[in-house]
Design a protein around this ligand. Structure first.
Ligand code: SF4
Length: 377
């Protein structure tokens, strides 16, 4: 059995660690590229949301490299994610590509539901081995997130653009290659030291933007057109509303681990959204409130074209923006999106935030109080 999975940001590092430590042969699909997108778009329904198209491209490319089994996350609720695995299986069958699909549905009552599903690809490995492998994969997710959070702080302040990204690229490789916890700790420490050694302008006043929206687009840089890197280059410090390890905890571990996750965002969503609307729609609203409460300069909502939960959130965000005085910007991506157009719009938004920040630094007597800006480009 040669197992593959779809890409979602740095998730491949965790899944590879999980499977290889259980002795499963893994085929990591090539990183998402224009070829992946073209293949996926060619073989997916036109109205499907973008993540499904990228998944399809990943599977076709992995099949070409010998994969015969797909490990895929499942979903529940009023959005299309719950149907992804079934639709993808049918498309692959129609194409004549023989691949088994194992779906890791989010456990409803007990974590053992997840373990049973994992055993479908690991054979009769002991439960102890499986739990140990999950823990190791989880630590890899934490390691990646830790390094990313430092990266987000350094990027807008570095004197030499690209220095932090170069270290980040190396750090991902170190984390990916680490065979055990001890080496993993060393990899994170080495990354931290190298990032801390990058010369930065500590006095620089940076704009702070919170990124909210659909999880796949938030985590996958190819799909979000590297919005975080682009913003970093524009002198913006970004913070994502949810990081990979938090999503894994929320989605697959039933939120059992005591880390940030989406709990607070869900609490802050009412009265704007009082119930689950599928995907991360409710969290998008709650996180926008959270960033406003934390005095962030702006919020960017990212979503794939036709994403149902995010369309709901998008229609509510202007009200949140007006009520709490936080400028917002909505970035919608599909297979036709291009870097240049997005960069121009990001520059306009950042420019607006910088001017607003400068104005609010002017002494109160000359400044209008309570000015609110809502920019939805
Ligand atoms: S959350 Fe949006 S993009 Fe993701 S599967 Fe649901 S509708 Fe599609």
């Amino acid at each position: 059995m040669k197992v593959t999975f779809p890409h979602m940001g740095n998730m491949y590092i965790c899944l590879k660690a999980l499977l290889t430590s259980l002795g499963v042969e893994v085929v990591v699909p090539p990183m998402p590229s224009q070829k992946t997108l073209t293949l996926g778009t060619q073989h997916s329904p036109e109205f499907a949301c973008l993540p499904l198209k990228i998944n399809m491209g990943n599977f076709i490319e992995a099949y070409e490299q010998g994969a015969d089994t797909i490990l895929m996350a499942g979903g529940i609720g009023p959005c299309r994610f719950g149907y992804y695995a079934q639709v993808e299986r049918e498309i692959l069958e129609d194409m004549g590509l023989k691949m088994n699909m194992v779906v890791l549905e989010p456990p409803q009552k007990h974590l053992s539901e997840l373990l049973i599903n994992i055993r479908k690809v690991t054979g009769n490995r002991s439960w102890v081995d499986i739990v140990r492998a999950i823990r190791f994969a989880w630590y890899k997710a934490r390691a990646v997130d830790e390094v990313e959070e430092i990266l987000h702080r350094i990027r807008p302040r570095e004197f030499e653009p690209g220095s932090a990204d170069a270290v980040y690229k190396k750090a991902l490789k170190w984390i990916d290659d680490a065979p055990d916890r001890k080496e993993l700790k060393k990899a994170v420490e080495a990354a931290r030291l190298e990032l801390d050694a990058i010369p930065i302008d500590r006095e620089r006043e940076v704009v702070r933007i919170g990124i909210v929206g659909e999880i796949y687009v938030m985590l996958e840089p190819f799909v979000n057109l590297e919005v975080e890197r682009q913003l970093g280059r524009l002198g913006v410090e970004v913070e994502r509303s949810i990081y990979l390890s938090e999503w894994i905890n929320d989605h697959l571990f039933m939120g059992l681990l005591n880390i940030k996750g989406s709990k607070e965002a869900r609490k802050l969503a009412p009265p704007y959204v009082n119930h689950f609307v599928g995907g991360h729609g409710q969290e998008t609203i709650g996180s926008t409130v959270l960033f406003a409460n934390r005095k962030y300069d702006g919020v960017i909502q990212v979503q794939p074209f036709t994403c149902m939960p995010e369309i709901v959130a998008e229609s509510i965000i202007p009200t949140v923006s007006r009520d709490l005085g936080i400028p917002t910007f909505c970035l919608i991506v599909d297979e036709h999106s291009g870097d240049a157009g997005v960069l121009t719009r990001l520059e306009a938004f950042v420019d607006l935030l910088e001017r607003k920040k400068e104005k609010s630094a002017v002494p109160e007597s000359t400044e209008k109080k309570g000015e609110q800006v809502c920019l939805d480009i």
